[in-house]
Design a protein around this ligand. Sequence first.
Ligand code: HPA
Ligand code: ZN
Length: 330
Amino acid sequence: MDIRALPKAELHLHIEGTLEPELVFALANRNNISLPWANVEELRELYNFSNLQSFLDLYYQSMTALRTRDDFFDLGLAYLARAHADGVRHAEIFFDPQAHLENGLEFEDVLGGLSDALGQAQGQYGISGGLIMCFLRDKGPQAALQMLEIAEPYVGHLLGVGLDSTEIGYPSELYSQAFDRAGELGLHRVAHAGEEGPPEYVWGALRALGAERIDHGLRSLEDEELVAHLIAQRIPLTCCPFSNVRLKAIADLAKHPLQVMLERGMLATLNSDDPAYFGGYLGDNFTHTIAALGLNDAQVVQLCHNSIAASFASPERKAELFALLAAAVE
Ligand code: HPA
Ligand code: ZN
């Protein structure tokens, strides 16, 4: 089976996490910004993380090179070209505007550049998708509300809101007001939870934030009642095995619970998170994870099917994608 060619959706991808070191230097050059690293090799050598925070520190530092609407367009389109090569037909893309506003950008430029990239990829590659604006947990609940107010005039260009960055110490419940408001605005709601934090963070995202999907959700398996709830409610988990290994949430790929999740009938999906930092894009995540866990063909197809089912694509688009998948496995 040609795994890369199978039609699939990517649902957990931070566009800033696709910022390759080469692009960091190219953008810094174009924008006349000086970087704390001498060259690409020196930066790449730092891609050796001990946990989520050690990654985030470098992630935020690297994204200071992003300064213009064009930068976001180029970043978005570079990702979408790679995604297309990996069989991605639908991409729901996270972005972290609070970080860019701190770097002096206008929200409109960030959103505009990324939206234009999605528009171009739609025409060029037939990829559908949308943008999910993430609140940074470590900026706190008030900052999340302020961010949402800034974004309100552009709400028609957003698919939903998410919650990311430092997890432990910032329980999901803190952001309930921002998520309630996002719901009133008609936005979908997702949240990172259970990446490093315990199952209580997943419960909080479900109960206090109305999260429709849980990003990572790795530690959900520690709580049988939670597993039963996720199965009964068909709540998707967006798993990112390369990320979990690189950030030391699990020891190696073979220990990832993805197979257990599938066997238990959970709506688990496979995603790349921050592919420039974690060793590969979605195609690589598929091939290496499948090999490490020994997933059979039916499970591989199930992962693609789950990614479409768990997406926020319209019923018509989902039907199209399911038909493409069925045709590809015939
Ligand atoms: N977890 C939390 N925040 C993030 C991540 C992640 O994996 N990637 C980018 N921001
Ligand atoms: Zn993530």
